[in-house]
Ligand binder design. Sequence first.
Ligand code: GMT
Length: 377
Amino acid sequence: MKIAIVCYPTFGGSGVVATELGLELARRGHEIHFITYRQPVRLALLSPNVHYHEVNVPEYPLFHYQPYELALSSKLVDMVKLYNIELLHVHYAIPHAYAGYMAKQMLKDEGINIPMVTTLHGTDITLVGNHPFYKPAVTFSINKSDVVTSVSQSLKEDTLKLFNIKNEIEVIPNFIELEKTAKEGSLPCQRSVMANTNERIITHISNFRKVKRIPDVVQVFYNIQKEIPAKLMMVGDGPEKEKAEQLCQELGISDKVIFFGNSNEIDKILCFTDLFLLPSQTESFGLAALEAMACSVPVISSNSGGLPEVNFEGISGFLSDVGNTEEMAQNALKILKDDATLASFKENAFQVAQQFDIKNILPLYEALYEKAIQKYK
Ligand code: GMT
């Protein structure tokens, strides 16, 4: 199949999922065209089946806001015609589903009919899309998609609750490429550079937005390190990062916390991690938690949104109410208390992650694509 994938190219989960999906589809022989404003961070272009088309929005003094949707839909039209693309798969409803629908309409006008699959990722529904300024356009573009998928059952329920949706929503969970993780996991792990042998290593990875509750990460770690020797690895960048650095200073734990900024090599950090923290306000799925589990790292998370669909209570880790940092720290200590307990949680985390192997999930997308393309033939 010839598929156009529209996504955000940044470090956010939706862009990562879209990129990994496209790359695996390409490995399976499909022709994939990534269409976005910058080369996606996880996209390596050395493959004959992978194409990247950049959307440019020329500056003009009249524009206070650059019309990205217009440029994106025009680019989609041009690329569909040039490469005979058969299907559009847009990730994150805003503004991609809207631009995709406009492209479909323009193509229809020229006698070209192609289906559009929209994947809902989370904040496009629970935070941003739900805003009254966007809601009518988001509702419209979800209803006009040929196929709608969501990354968890919880996100599907939120979508049906928050929007007037007439379309079916198929749940296809996020995935992990276990083969790649295993290959990277066999490389030497530089634990000794980061911590002493007696210290437990705790990691948090995110885009440091408010929804991630970064102060809770610091507070949970603060409680843990009062009881056992430990280090905290903070990976990622975003608006809450500086405040977190200040908080660590105020709490007198700066020497135990390392802020890495954005990294493309999270496997190198996860390989020496003993525990992953994700206390988010809401999380449609929690891809970062799954990536940790795939590296055999147990997870302490909040129990909001789709997190209980990924992190299994008492098996791959523990879940607590949002903001209950006291309980999160107690649960973390339960996992970290001795090597045997930690080893069994590590093994369990890896077992749970196996359910989300890309090999199990990708055929679900392929089947949807085939059905959608057939409908238009
Ligand atoms: O919140 C983020 O980390 C970014 C956001 C995105 O769209 O890039 O993540 C959302 O999509 C991910 C991939 O499907 C999910 O794993 C995250 O849980 C989801 N974030 C939220 O719902 C807050």
